[in-house]
Design a binder for this molecule. Structure first.
Ligand code: UD1
Ligand code: CA
Length: 459
């Protein structure tokens, strides 16, 4: 859908006062991404990165970082003097590009690339100086109103604060998204004046300026007002988040993922999931997680920034964070894997087991109540219930290495740094402080003493 004469300018310099936040509005997240990132990604579907720009101002450094991480450039707006002023700040960099310029408000995250392409097409066919996306809403409060002449043509956009009672009754609103003929925009933009109650340079005034100059302005009226929701407060943020997540889940289902009770799951935009995987209710799958085919992610599990192979089963209420699960691994219920934990093929981790920076070898098992930290564990090893790697001495973390085919008895305490060689056997209840050699039996506990008849003497 790339259009090669198109530049996109995203306006993201405002504070977003109505968010009541210390953080700039466009840095708030919906669908798992900062709002400004969402609009950048949409822009990148129709224009190459060297033709996408973001106007930054409030918390400029953080917003600029989001733009640059997406491979696009930022333009600085020192003072936020209005949407028209924000566009003026781009004149130096953009005017030589020619062609057409889409101005996209950074808080309209639900607009889809196909709608921007339709807008560009409407501008091209009508040979207008500007085309604007509009829609009819039940309650137009806060939006700019579209004023049409007797022949139905667009004459002006009037902002809420400047509107007459008759204009306030208009239910057709400005989305804030324009496609300009760039030479016409740069020719006339200096005619904008802050002669309104807010003393701002309103981009919307370009419409009456063009009409006065005898140029044409076209409105592309969309039937779906949802797409144009501008996020101004946290209620609208939650609405946008819900819609973005519905879209993501729908796309996954159409691509062959089963999602049980889809309205309850939270899946970020960047997540990839293979065919025939089943996602249980209330699962949360976030960041850049990749899940293979034919997996099962149990109810209420949380998977963040992780890579999961095929045929993996994560039972309910597990948390997997920045970790890797190879094919046929099993996790949970109630397990926690974090900080680069890695289950090799067919490894099993059961309930109330925590793995931190630990690799559990192929077909090895730790089924109940264990803490395995900073450890490397070989294949076919069994870690008994209640095993603890004591990886922290109060100052530093120390590693534990356990070989292949080892049997660690229940309730063992392995004091790191520790090495247990292949085939070793640790007696249950041991405190192991010295390395255990190949195939040795290690017992680190006092021998049981039975005192015959003790009860009778004691009483
Ligand atoms: C704007 C439109 C309004 C439209 C509505 C749609 C104007 C004057 N009004 O109003 O007609 O119905 O969007 O959602 O354009 N920004 C800057 N620099 C500034 C001011 C704003 O970059 O100096 C950015 C903001 O960060 C924001 C966007 O522009 O992302 C829109 O600003 P906002 O204050 O939300 O405009 P609205 O009052 O919603
Ligand atoms: Ca807005």
């Amino acid at each position: 859908m790339m259009l090669n004469d198109l530049t996109v300018l995203i306006l993201a310099a405002g504070q977003g006062t109505r968010m009541n936040s210390r953080m700039a509005k466009v840095l708030h997240r919906a669908g798992g991404k900062p709002l400004v990132r969402q609009t950048i990604d949409t822009a990148l579907e129709i224009a190459p990165p060297e033709r996408v720009f973001v106007v930054v101002g409030h918390q400029a450094e953080q917003v600029r970082a989001v733009a640059e991480a997406a491979g696009v450039r930022a333009i600085h707006q020192q003072e936020q003097l209005g949407t028209g002023h924000a566009v003026m700040c781009g004149e130096e960099q953009l005017s030589q590009l020619g062609g057409r310029l889409i101005v996209f408000v950074g808080d309209c995250v639900l607009v889809q690339a196909s709608t921007l392409a339709d807008l560009a097409e409407a501008q091209r066919i009508s040979k207008s100086a500007a085309a604007v996306i509009t829609t009819e809403v039940e309650d137009p409060t806060g939006y700019g109103r579209i004023v049409r002449g007797p022949d139905g043509g667009v004459l002006a956009i009037v902002e809420q604060k400047a509107a007459t009672p008759a204009e306030l009754a208009v239910r057709e609103i400005n989305s804030g998204i324009f496609c300009f003929d760039a030479p016409a925009l740069w020719k006339y933009i200096r005619e904008l004046r802050p002669d309104n109650p807010a003393h701002e340079y309103y981009l919307t005034d370009m419409v009456s300026i063009f009409i006065l100059a005898g140029l044409r302005v076209t409105a592309l009226k969309t039937p779906d007002p949802n797409e144009l929701l501008g996020i101004n407060n946290r209620v609208e943020l939650a609405q946008a988040d819900r819609i973005l997540r519905e879209r993501k889940v729908r796309r996954l289902m159409l691509d062959g993922v089963t999602i049980e009770r889809p309205e309850t799951v939270t899946i970020d935009a960047g997540v990839k999931i293979g065919m025939d995987t089943v996602i249980g209710p209330f699962a949360q799958i976030t960041g850049d997680t990749v899940i293979g085919e034919n997996c099962r992610i149990g109810a209420s599990s949380i998977i963040e920034h992780s890579v999961i192979g095929d045929d993996v089963e994560v039972f309910p209420f597990s948390m997997v964070s920045a970790s890797i699960l190879d094919a046929h691994a099993h996790v949970g219920p109630f397990a926690r894997l974090r900080m680069n934990a890695h289950l090799a093929e067919g490894a099993h981790v059961g309930n109330f087991v925590e793995l931190k920076k630990t690799r559990l070898g192929a077909n090895s098992k730790s089924m109940h109540l264990a803490y395995l930290g900073d450890s490397t564990i070989g294949a076919r090893t069994n870690i008994g219930a209640g095993t603890i790697t004591c990886n922290y001495d109060g100052h530093k973390k120390h590693p534990t290495t356990i070989g292949e085919g080892v049997f660690v008895g229940s309730n063992s305490t392995l004091v790191a740094p520790m090495t247990i060689a292949d085939g070793a056997y640790i007696g249950a209840g041991s405190v192991i402080t010295h390395p255990v050699p190949l195939k040795a039996l290690a017992l680190g506990r006092s021998r049981q003493v039975n005192k015959e008849g003790w009860k009778k003497r004691a009483t």
